[in-house]
Design a protein around this ligand. Structure first.
Ligand SMILES: [Zn+2]
Length: 365
């Protein structure tokens, strides 16, 4: 992760960051070497290349120009097999995550991940190269332990969010039950991530919707990736059928004026990821056409976030700088940090302290 010189914002909050998208690439290399687990990149023709140095690894996984979802998935296919299925590796990335956030001036963060992707007990493990006994539940315990220790050692508050995957609705029941079981260990919410779905028509979403209803009934907070590359209707679906309190991305909500006004009036919180939105092609390359500008000018409730720093090579300060380049003032960015605190899924006590700290740093907002 990079640090930005002249960073003006000493107290940051991050609500939308994927734990498995925020690994240090040095750690991938180190684990590969110490565990004798080669980093393999497979190209479109099935040709395998073994990666042994930092430069080649970064070339495979860091994406700096607008690209397809395919390239994003390729990056995960390169580094996830080094971590998945390995308890020590999962502990290490979650612990280092806390250190990296603290170094970037983040004082409160919600780390999201799907435990199944890091486990190795499934019939066909998603990324792990072999089957073993590291279950999704063990992954959650390991991450909670690491985040606990990291929070204490680096003086930062870290909660976590468990993600359902749109292409794996059969995992969703277990996700919501893990949210319930680990509520007292900082698991604060459920999310839906993965490929875009066709709103209203996708039968795969049934398992998902049931899980979100159960989350709602049990006082588990809800956020949903929607309206990123997919249509505005996804945002409506998330609000009306998945009890979403926050929307991950949601840029395309502006395509539907009625829905957009409703979100504005209801104060629906949008987790905006400026750099990510351009690199994934969700928003135009011309930054002056970015919906964030409209959100800021029209008083939409939003926060600024990094999404996947290992791929985007960004720190939160870089996204603030990008927002500045779009024309957002420092005041508007500070407002977004207050909004992040208010929209966070922190406990009442954590939230109260966060808002008091923010007032001490930036004054009343
Ligand atoms: Zn995301």
């Amino acid at each position: 992760m990079t640090t930005t010189p002249g960073d003006k914002f000493s107290y940051k909050i991050e609500l939308h960051i994927h734990l498995d998208g925020a690994i240090r690439s040095e750690t991938i290399l180190d684990i590969s070497k110490t565990k004798g687990r080669p980093i393999i990149s497979v190209d479109d023709d099935g040709q395998e290349t073994v990666i042994t140095d930092q430069e080649s690894l970064d070339k495979e996984i860091v994406i700096t120009t607008p690209c397809s979802l395919k390239l994003f998935l390729h990056a995960f296919n390169v580094f996830m097999p080094i971590i998945a299925g390995d308890r020590d590796a999962v502990f290490r990335i979650a612990y280092e995550f806390c250190e990296d956030c603290a170094k970037s001036g983040i004082r409160y963060v919600e780390a999201r991940y799907n435990p199944h992707l890091l486990a190795n007990t499934l019939d066909k493990p998603a990324y792990a190269r072999e089957r073993g006994d590291f279950s999704p539940r063990d992954v959650v315990i390991t991450v909670c332990d690491a985040l606990d220790k990291g929070s204490r050692d680096f003086n930062i508050t870290v909660n976590s969010i468990l993600c359902c995957m749109t292409h794996q609705p059969d995992w969703s029941a277990e996700i919501v039950s893990l949210c319930k079981e680990f509520k007292d260990r900082g698991v604060v919410a459920i999310d839906s991530a993965g490929q875009d779905f066709e709103p209203g028509k996708d039968p795969l979403l049934c398992g998902h919707k049931k899980a979100f209803k159960e989350a709602y009934d049990n006082g588990i907070h809800r956020t949903v990736h929607a309206g990123e590359n997919g249509p505005s209707e996804g945002v409506r679906e998330a609000l009306d059928h998945m009890y979403a309190e926050r929307i991950g991305h949601g840029y395309h909500v502006t395509d539907d004026p009625e829905l957009y006004s409703r979100c504005k009036e209801d104060g629906v919180h949008f987790e905006i990821c400026p750099l990510s939105s351009i690199i994934t092609g969700a928003c135009p390359e011309d930054i002056m056409k970015h919906p964030l500008i409209r959100f800021a000018d029209e008083g939409v409730n939003f926060s600024l976030n990094t999404d996947d720093p290992i791929i985007l090579n960004n720190a939160l300060a870089d996204d603030y700088v990008l927002a500045n380049k779009m024309g957002l003032s420092d005041e508007q960015i500070i407002n977004s940090i207050f909004n992040a605190a208010r929209a966070s899924f922190a406990t009442e006590e954590q939230k109260k302290k966060m808002l008091q700290d923010l007032v001490n740093v930036y004054g009343e907002h």
